[in-house]
Write a protein that binds this ligand. Structure first.
Ligand SMILES: Nc1ncnc2c1ncn2[C@@H]1O[C@H](COP(=O)(O)OP(=O)(O)O)[C@@H](O)[C@H]1O
Ligand SMILES: Nc1ccn([C@H]2C[C@H](O)[C@@H](COP(=O)(O)OP(=O)(O)O)O2)c(=O)n1
Length: 220
């Protein structure tokens, strides 16, 4: 069974999907981490992010490894453990350049489909999982939250280190740029909306799990 979750920045995708996968005993795939790792690699190789062809080449040779264990997330690029580094503000502010590169997307999407097929029982989250990567997923959810809730959550998550302007760039402005590559603001046909604005973290996890259990019941 494949559980596909999309949504804007700070809606809770990574934390909610990781917790739900852990409770369900499923694998977990953070596709945003793959775009972040690709961006880290481009910056490390000093590839100009506006140079589309150079970004393509870099993503083609990207030596990426991403774990699918929800309880132990490790992301490596070659020998470098980039698990922490890809969350840096410098990556958040540059990642849209890779995410809006069509060839880079095609390469990463192919890799994501390979991981999903290999795992079988998996919660995969991002921006285009319900629509492009795994449109046939048995559970398809658009996880949303108000802009205010998303800014507040991201600010708290980063320990109050970012000022309001920086947070806006990393959350709202990035969503605007990313919208050019995929539509994650409206639910496509057959995709259920889960609005987490007024839910606690655990209520959001429980809501996702109950949708999975409903789908599991429908299959037996
Ligand atoms: N329903 C919720 N209520 C309160 N906080 C939440 C909720 N969902 C997520 N969070 C918190 O918001 C922060 C951002 O969530 P994250 O999973 O990183 O979002 P995304 O992957 O969509 O960008 C995390 O610290 C997370 O624990
Ligand atoms: N399936 C996906 C996943 C992420 N992206 C892009 C959009 C985002 O700016 C980056 C990083 O995604 P990530 O989910 O880590 O971002 P947030 O944690 O939600 O802020 O990758 C994408 O285009 N398609």
């Amino acid at each position: 069974m494949v559980i596909a979750v999309d949504g804007p920045s700070g809606s809770g995708k990574s934390s909610v999907c990781r917790a739900a996968a852990s409770e369900l005993g499923a694998a977990y795939l953070d596709t945003g981490a793959m775009y972040r790792a690709a961006t880290w690699y481009c910056l490390q190789q000093e590839v100009g992010l506006d140079d589309h062809d150079a970004v393509e080449v870099a993503v083609e040779e990207l030596p990426l490894n991403i774990s699918t264990n929800p309880d132990h997330q490790v992301i490596t690029v070659g020998q470098a453990d980039v698990t922490e580094a890809i969350r840096d503000a410098s990556i958040s502010e540059n990642v849209s350049a890779v995410a809006t590169n069509p060839k880079a997307r095609a390469l990463l999407i192919a890799s994501q489909r390979g991981i999903i097929d290999r795992e079988g029982f998996i919660v995969a989250e991002g921006r285009d999982i319900t629509t492009v990567v795994a449109p046939d997923a048995q559970v398809r959810v658009l996880l949303t939250a108000s802009a205010e809730a998303r800014l507040r959550r991201r600010g708290a998550q980063l320990g109050g280190t970012q000022d309001a302007e920086a947070l806006k760039r990393q959350v709202l402005d990035r969503d605007t740029k990313d919208s050019a590559a995929s539509n994650f603001t409206e639910a496509a046909d057959g995709v259920a909306v889960l609005d987490s604005s007024d839910l606690s973290f655990q209520e959001t996890v429980d809501s996702l799990i109950s949708r999975v259990q409903l789908a599991q019941g429908a299959r037996t």
